[in-house]
Design a protein around this ligand. Sequence first.
Ligand code: ADP
Length: 490
Amino acid sequence: MTTTNDPSLNFSTDWKYAPAPESSDHVQLKSRYDLFIDGEFTAPAQGAYFDTCNPATETNLAEVGDGSEDDVNRAVQSARKAYDRVWSRLSGRERGKYLFRIARMIQERARELAVIESMDGGKPIRESRTVDIPLAAAHFFYYAGWADKLQYAFPGREVRPLGVAGQIIPWNFPLLMAAWKIAPALATGNTVVLKPAETTPLTALKLAEIVQEADLPPGVVNIVTGAGATGAALVANPSCSKIAFTGSTEIGKRIQKSLAGTGRTYTLELGGKAANIIFEDAALDQAVEGVVNGIFFNQGHVCCAGSRLLVQESVASIVIRKLKHRLETLVVGDPLDKNTDIGAINSRAQLDKIESYIDRGRKDGLNLFQSECPVPQKGYWCRPTLFIDVAQSHPLVQEEIFGPVLTIQTFRTVEEAVEKANNTPYGLSGGVWTDKGSKIFKVTSRLRAGVVWANTYNKFDPSSPFGGYKESGVGREGGLHGLAPYVSLT
Ligand code: ADP
């Protein structure tokens, strides 16, 4: 029991939940997955496969095909054929029916998909079953609704699809990212070749099974697994009329360079370094919970994570105290346990990267706080970490860490808060916590960020556009805005 002057902090952090593991008995995984091309699972041309492992146990779940340039080209050819012969000729209403069918099938298999997402990616089951999978289905439902109403989305314009979309996604929201990419592309009459991230290919391959069962015409959706070289081959293929990429700013810049001057269009959803700004008039407990939700749940593996806290000086000490207290109650461990707040870090490489930032902070003598929760022996784990009073120019404040690490800075005026919030190379998202509506409008209109939440954080809906300023990317996904990058308008 901790005793302080603040009655809201007088609770014990010295207790444990009984384990509440989600069963994985119903999950059916094959030992080997081939590439999904032209409606069939086919072996990679060079016969190469790689393992995908469970980051919580370091055990292999399955091996998946390593798509070569030949495989990518075959997939793009099949998508082109399906586009020319079938999909671009189908009415919007018919396309919509297929999308509704996929959405329903995702819902029917939600439990299985959620468990696989947690096993392959390390994220807590609480998140995969309440966020990832329902939102993936919701995106298919939403864009299914648009398929036969494109004339209302773009009134007075003639709307045409672009052709084949090459789509490359990261490992933090595997199925949801696949849905973000595939649903608007198909709704507008394009066909796709999707390249999932190498550490989390399994739910995309399950989606391939759903696509097959939904009887989608062969070649409309192709899924080619592999690593960076497979993605690069997709970007290089001139028959892809459009590239949609979500991932690191470094690779995004490389893709942008290679597409410059080709006339092929692209959307890039890249890194972020969002600030959560707490004003002294905010409901502080609610704000602390929002900050915790914004950076620590899902291990900070969120490009719009609120990885910086800006707190008004007058309430800084109480907010930091509350945060430390809350951190001590967070459960780090088995992603399949329903009590887990922070699951496994997605890969060894990502854990090394996060730890190198924490070491950097330590070496630079920063004020560090880490919770003392136990972590399992095997697997990749990182305790929730705070760095208090960090200079604006420090790499921990400027660079994307993509882990459960929060930097804390203080400010005195609205101007200073806005200045600090905007002062990074990124501009994807942000959060504002205050009791005053006028302050919300004042601050949000001056933040150079694509999405700003007020008195909440990390809330998503298929009807809301998402995307960034500056090095956070180009273009928008989601909502009506998410249709535009997949059509040509005359
Ligand atoms: P992260 O740091 O989130 O892993 P990456 O940008 O490395 O971000 O990866 C995001 C996606 O981009 C993954 O599917 C990855 O395989 C793919 N990728 C990596 N390198 C390239 C590349 N040179 N061209 C195209 N795609 C790539």
